[in-house]
Design a protein around this ligand. Structure first.
Ligand code: CA
Ligand code: CA
Length: 81
């Protein structure tokens, strides 16, 4: 890469959400992507520089369907009546 100012933007895969950015004090392991846009702040790279502190954290939200919980409950009630 040529020296200059760069911005990384991560495109979120379907079904995934970004984690909160800049949590904790260690830039080497925190996420740097804006949770909404996936964009990271601009950084300047000089000749020969290697900066591995830019990361994006993603997670897949879990969900529990109301229907799945409700059905066994109804079946149980019906059996005991
Ligand atoms: Ca950071
Ligand atoms: Ca980081």
């Amino acid at each position: 890469m040529a020296p200059g100012t760069y911005t990384v933007t991560v495109v979120r895969p379907g079904g995934y959400e970004f984690t909160a950015a800049n949590q904790g004090t260690d830039d080497a392991v925190d996420s740097d992507a804006d949770p909404t846009s996936g964009a990271m702040s601009a950084t300047e790279l000089v000749s020969g520089e290697e900066d591995l502190t830019w990361d994006a954290g993603l997670y897949r939200p879990a969900s529990i369907g109301e229907r799945r919980l409700g059905r066994p409950e109804r079946q149980r009630r019906a059996r005991y009546r």
